[in-house]
Design a protein around this ligand. Structure first.
Ligand code: NAD
Length: 488
């Protein structure tokens, strides 16, 4: 049985309760994990609170050195970690390995930033004191909590752990109930590299119980959630009364616009990776595709061919070339949701060009598999437009102008990512200015760089992760004034 990491030690839940973690590819038991309760939350928050002053006083170089030692230990255990991630999450090994690499790159980025956090000096008007000046001093906040979803358990843990630790805060990670195992392995390795007890902890269990208890604990000052917009609303409600700092990285329904002058081949690859990577279970995913009439036929030919090359299957083996392996959806509920969204569109007149059903292969019957789909003729009021589609279904529309494309792109409650594929820089600039989204990629797949701040607008959330900007959300900006310097 896997254990949690509390106050520098592996631990069971104090209640002794545990839950199963099952493999989405075949339903088999991967391991069990503790079901933390209120008393575990209290113990972890107390340990973090006690660890805070000394960690805040640790020099930036020492913090970075500890992180780097941990990063090396994680790298040395990459094989075991990626196998665990594939078993608990369902993504194929090459995708699990890509995720771990992204996690390590992000952690290295923050280790490098540790000694580069800057405040500022501000000249002040002389009315209240000649030569007075102000300082903006940056101070860590205190106990932080990072709540992580199941689609990218490692990278989205790293986007919280890295900035929290280099800013001088302790952090408690709460992974999704269904994906705690690779996370626990990494948290253990980072701790064994020498982090003081209480600085980095991990509690496992359900969001409504352990997640809510963490948010409501009075000693917790900062909550970072990556999850659905619905969970974001709940986190805001809970954190609001005590004015806790929050960042919310929530759902999305990214539009992709392909213009008449686009490099169609590149754009097709962008759409395929953007929609079907991680079996379509990505926040940043191409969830609505708008093709100009002029490129529609050529694009659709290329798209159909590529999607036809996908084979669904268990992710721990290598796919036979030239096929691309896609793993199962993460849970049965996830598959049912996609099926119901697709059925709603078909009922309203949409046509499925390829895929969109469970595979017939009886060997796959125990997994949550779903064949990647392309859908056309979708009415704007169908769930494929009004809801987030978190699976391998790509809805495609024809558009006649940039005005129409941007208007359709903005017809969504979300505003996470977006892309435009064109050589026309004036059009690209218009898309950047007018599309309501946290990021617009131009001729580039939807990808979250560690170097660049990333966050959504509208129902996609509040605040940023990634980049140096993320660190600021873990720091308090305090003003200080030096006055009275006019007397000798
Ligand atoms: P979810 O909101 O159900 O769960 C996310 C995390 O929140 C889990 O750890 C869960 O246990 C916890 N949680 C759930 N209810 C809670 C509560 N009441 N209080 C505290 N914690 C609670 O989301 P999910 O299904 O795991 O993940 C998919 C969603 O995440 C999608 O909407 C996706 O778009 C979004 N997502 C967003 C980003 C981004 O960067 N914007 C990245 C990845 C995923």
């Amino acid at each position: 049985m896997a254990q949690m990491y509390v106050n520098g030690q592996w631990a069971d839940a104090l209640s002794g309760e545990a839950h199963e973690v099952n493999n989405p590819a075949n339903g088999s038991l991967v391991d069990t994990a503790p079901m933390a309760g209120k008393e575990d939350v209290q113990a972890a928050v107390r340990a973090a609170h006690l660890a805070f002053p000394a960690w805040a006083d640790t020099s930036p170089d020492d913090r970075a050195a500890l992180l780097r030692k941990g990063i090396q230990a994680v790298e040395a255990n990459a094989k075991e970690i990626t196998a665990l991630l594939t078993a608990e999450q369902g993504k194929p090994l090459f995708e699990a390995s890509g995720e771990l690499h992204h996690f390590l790159h992000g952690m290295e980025f923050y280790a490098g930033l540790s000694s580069k956090i800057r405040g500022s000096q501000v000249p002040l008007p002389p009315a209240l004191g000649k030569h007075a000046y102000g300082l903006v001093v940056k101070r860590p906040l205190g106990v932080c909590v990072g709540i992580v979803p199941w689609n990218f358990p490692l990278t989205l843990m790293g986007t919280k752990v890295g900035p929290a630790l280099i800013a001088g805060n302790p952090i408690i990670i709460k992974p999704a109930r269904t994906t705690p195992l690779a996370t626990l392995k990494i948290i253990g390795l980072l701790n064994e590299a020498g982090l003081p007890p209480g600085v980095l902890q991990c509690l496992t269990g359900s969001g409504s119980s352990v997640g809510e208890s963490l948010i409501c604990d009075p000693a917790v000052r900062r909550v970072a959630l990556t999850g659905s917009s619905e969970t974001g609303r709940r986190v805001m409600q809970l954190a609001g009364p005590d004015f806790k700092r929050i960042t919310l990285e929530l759902g999305g329904s990214d539009p992709m616009i392909v213009c008449p002058d686009a490099d169609v081949k590149k754009a097709v690859s962008g759409a395929v990776v953007g929609r079907y990577w991680n079996a379509g279970q990505q926040c940043l995913a191409v969830k609505r595709l708008y093709l100009f009439e002029e490129v529609y036929d050529e694009f659709m030919d290329g798209l159909m061919q590529k999607v036809g090359n996908y084979r669904v299957g268990e992710g721990s083996t290598k796919p036979e070339k030239p096929f691309i392996r896609m793993g199962p959806l993460h849970t049965a509920a996830q598959r049912e949701e996609i099926e119901s969204q697709l059925a709603d569109a078909v009922e309203k007149g949409a046509n499925v060009l390829i895929g969109g059903k469970r595979p017939e292969d009886s060997e796959l019957a125990q997994g949550h598999y779903f064949e990647p789909a392309i859908v056309v003729d979708i009415p704007e009021d169908s769930k494929l437009v009004t809801e987030e589609v978190f699976g391998p279904v790509l809805p495609v529309w024809k558009v006649g102008s940039l005005d129409e494309a941007i208007q359709k792109a903005n017809n969504s409650p979300w505003g996470l990512g977006s892309s435009i594929w064109t050589q026309n820089m004036a059009w690209a600039n218009r898309a950047i200015r007018e599309i309501e989204a946290g990021v617009t990629w131009v001729n580039q797949i939807h990808y979250g760089y560690d170097e660049l701040p990333f966050g959504g607008t509208k129902a996609s959330g509040i605040g940023h992760e990634h980049g140096p900007e993320a660190v600021e959300y873990y720091l308090e900006h305090k003003g200080a004034v030096f006055g009275g310097l006019d007397r000798e």
